[in-house]
Design a binder for this molecule. Structure first.
Ligand code: Z5A
Length: 207
């Protein structure tokens, strides 16, 4: 039987990395064979493309060029890692996927959503995540957490208004498809965030 495809999304400092470790432990303790991966990246070639995307440089990165590099990395990741794992019955949890492209490149950079849909269909055919955890946080609080943690990459140096647009994009998509998305208030204590995640993971296991 094909494995389930899970994704986790959110703006800066929402705690994706922290909660991926929690989801991994939770599902493994229930006997689920889980592969954790990330985007952009997930294969050696796609990780090289990730470095290109995140590197700060003097030359402006044209938004359409950025979009194409993201989907190039995604195609590589899907064909070499995600699809083979799902086809052998393994569950896959990806730290970001195409919802990030709609939120960052669509709502954040202002690229035409129809172009993103076109590339999504070209690269993914009918594949969409079975379940997406959207960790939602006040943008300023998330930035505060992200800044306290490490040096900022090219995306993280964007203005607050950019991330407000990204957050709006994520929320709009989640509200439009409540069956697929679980919105978790990431401004709560970590214990409360993980309590909410446990409840939706329990539900996923019984579906
Ligand atoms: N990008 C794009 O534009 N288009 C696309 O299609 C895709 C990606 C796929 C890299 O992604 C960039 O790529 C990303 C969008 C763009 N832009 N940026 N930046 P990334 O996922 O690798 O980068 P990231 O968003 O910075 O993720 P991260 O480094 O994994 O951070 P995080 O997961 O949000 O946070 P964390 O490290 O787990 O937590 C942050 C801190 O908060 C840390 O110190 C925690 O201990 C703390 N924390 C976490 N939860 C809590 C709670 N509940 N209370 C208090 N403190 C907490």
């Amino acid at each position: 039987m094909r494995g389930k495809f899970l994704t986790i999304e959110g703006t800066e400092g929402v705690g994706k990395s922290t909660n991926i470790a929690f989801i991994n432990d939770f599902l493994r303790s229930r006997g689920i064979d889980l592969l954790v991966t990330r985007e952009p990246g997930g294969t050696p070639l796609a990780e090289e493309l990730r470095e290109i995307l995140l590197k700060k440089r003097d030359e402006a990165f044209d938004p359409t060029a950025e979009l194409l590099v993201i989907f190039a990395a995604r195609s590589q990741h899907l064909q070499n890692i995600i699809l083979p794992a799902l086809n052998r019955g393994c569950w896959v949890l990806s730290d970001r996927f195409t919802d990030a492209t709609y939120a960052y490149q669509g709502y954040g950079r202002g690229l035409d959503i129809k172009h993103i849909e076109l590339l999504e269909n070209l690269v993914q055919h009918e594949l969409r995540p079975d379940c997406t955890f959207l960790l939602d946080i006040d943008v300023a609080l998330g930035m505060q957490r992200a800044r306290a943690r490490a040096e900022l990459d090219r995306f993280e140096t964007q203005e607050l208004a950019f991330f407000e647009d990204v957050r709006k994009g994520y929320l709009a998509r989640a509200h439009a498809d409540p069956m697929r998305y679980t919105i978790v208030d990431a401004g709560q204590t970590l214990a409360d965030v993980q309590q909410d995640l446990s409840m939706s993971l329990e539900k996923l296991l019984t579906d």
